[in-house]
Ligand binder design. Structure first.
Ligand code: BG6
Ligand code: MG
Length: 213
């Protein structure tokens, strides 16, 4: 096998919570009368909550105090968590579940490497914790993607070298983090397609045919 471990980003890779992030940011930006669209949202993929907020607020005309920023971040997170509360195992796309099962059956070690502090809640609602040998999330790191800290921690917990692991990402910041850490990267979806990545795929189950090439 070319790899011994696969490290998955969560939002936008294993589930469609990337859409919930967009909707929550959009609602906040609209209330503050700051322009914000899906294209701008794509550049926030993989970026921490406070960094994302600062990027959005930079498009407004006002300066905000740290106390206001804290309130806005909490407001966005409350909107986002309302969506998460409705999630069930049925929100797990079939091809994702099939892929995780097949990878485990083939003997790969699996991990999650997500910038989100809500990752444990999502994993719990989807009922997918048992698929993973390690979960590293936004609560465990000091530097967000594009820093490689998150993936290096995940590889360490898997007791594997970066060169033995493949990172699966939907975010430009995540692809950069993977490469900075010495990992190969498969980019999923259309928002961060990258010629420097090992693979660009549309559906997760494509991994099953490409990783042994
Ligand atoms: C990443 C998302 O996974 O987590 C970002 O791609 C998000 O959009 C970041 O900002 C932090 O998420 P949370 O849930 O801690 O606000
Ligand atoms: Mg993502």
């Amino acid at each position: 096998m070319k790899y011994k471990g696969i490290i998955f980003d969560l939002d936008g890779v294993l589930c469609q919570t990337d859409e919930y992030h967009y909707q929550a940011w959009k609602q906040l930006a609209d209330r503050l009368q700051i322009p914000f669209d899906r294209e701008q949202n794509n550049s926030l993929r993989g970026v921490s909550r406070m960094e994302s907020l600062n990027i959005i607020l930079a498009n407004g005309i006002r300066q905000y105090s740290e106390a206001e920023k804290k309130m806005f971040a909490a407001e966005k997170n409350d909107l986002y968590c309302k969506q998460l509360a409705r999630m069930t195992p049925d929100d797990m796309p079939d091809d994702v579940k099939e892929t995780l099962i097949a990878l485990r059956c083939s003997g790969y070690k699996l991990a999650v490497g997500s910038s989100s502090k809500n990752a444990p809640t999502i994993i719990n609602h989807l009922g997918i914790a048992s698929f993973f040998d390690a979960i590293v999330d936004g609560n465990c790191i000091t530097r967000s993607k594009p820093d490689p800290e998150i993936f290096l921690k995940a590889a360490k917990l898997l007791q594997l070298n970066p060169s033995d692991c493949l990172v699966v990402e939907d975010a430009a910041s995540g692809v950069q983090a993977a490469h900075a850490g010495g990992f190969d990267c498969a980019v999923i979806g259309n928002t961060a397609r990258d010629t420097s990545a090992k693979w660009n795929i549309i559906h997760l189950n494509e991994l099953l045919s490409i990783i042994n090439r």
